[in-house]
Design a protein around this ligand. Structure first.
Ligand SMILES: Nc1ncnc2c1ncn2[C@@H]1O[C@H](COP(=O)(O)OP(=O)(O)OP(=O)(O)O)[C@@H](O)[C@H]1O
Length: 203
């Protein structure tokens, strides 16, 4: 299975092109790092690849099929700010069940305590909340995970624990991962390939 963006172009409103003539592909089982300067368009690219935004030129396909706005979502995006990714009016049990129904062994693997399921998002720390977002993204339909600064705001131990679990799941399920990070050590340790992103065009 292949996640593929071809000739991608995107700009906000009538502004300058943030992404221009970009070709990018990620195979199942690959862990690809994406590194580049701040503000160069990495998050914009991540949103296109996950189907959150539609490119103005080109297309994104997963195994040859265009991404759809509803139904099965094979590409999941987890970004830096979990508090912006959850509904503040839903308890965590409802949030996690939005996508699928992980069992307690799965939640345990990500360090999620049963008791947190009854809490509201604002009753959890950023790190605790991010574990839920990671769990939610790893449903059975997921083939590709895009991790956009996914553990940047977490301490080193929590970061290592979450990545250890994610890599373990990814390996068992042959997921493809695109990891956007400003941390060279994390990229070096986990990635099988690194794209040095300059923005605009070229991998
Ligand atoms: N919703 C938006 N409307 C207008 N401009 C935007 C919007 N989102 C991002 N931008 C602009 O697009 C450019 C690329 O932003 P993006 O977040 O994709 O970069 P990035 O490489 O992920 O940055 P960082 O590494 O700092 O997270 C920036 O100049 C930013 O100001």
């Amino acid at each position: 299975m292949l996640l593929e963006g071809k000739n991608l172009g995107f700009r906000y409103g009538r502004g300058e092109w943030i992404v221009k003539e970009i070709d990018i592909s990620i195979k199942q089982g690959e862990v690809v790092g994406l590194v580049g300067p701040s503000g160069s368009g990495k998050t914009t690219l991540a949103r296109l690849l996950a189907g959150y935004d539609k490119p103005q030129t080109g297309s994104v396909t997963c195994d040859g099929t265009p991404l759809t706005a509803s139904g099965v979502q094979p590409v999941q995006l987890v970004f830096q700010h979990p508090e912006k990714a959850v509904n503040p009016r839903w308890r965590m049990r409802q949030t996690i069940r939005e996508g699928w129904l992980p069992d307690s062994a799965f939640l345990h693997m990500l360090g999620i305590e049963e008791e947190w399921l009854d809490r509201w998002p604002n009753e959890l720390s950023g790190g605790e909340l991010q574990r839920f977002c990671v769990a939610r993204a790893l449903g059975p339909q997921t083939r590709f995970l895009i991790a956009d600064e996914m553990t940047t705001m977490l301490d080193a131990i929590t970061q290592a624990q979450i990545w250890h679990t994610v890599m373990d799941i990814a390996e068992r399920r042959n997921l493809g991962i695109l990891m956007i990070s400003h941390e060279p050590s994390l990229i070096q340790r986990l990635c099988t390939r690194v794209i040095h992103w300059q923005g605009r065009s070229g991998e």
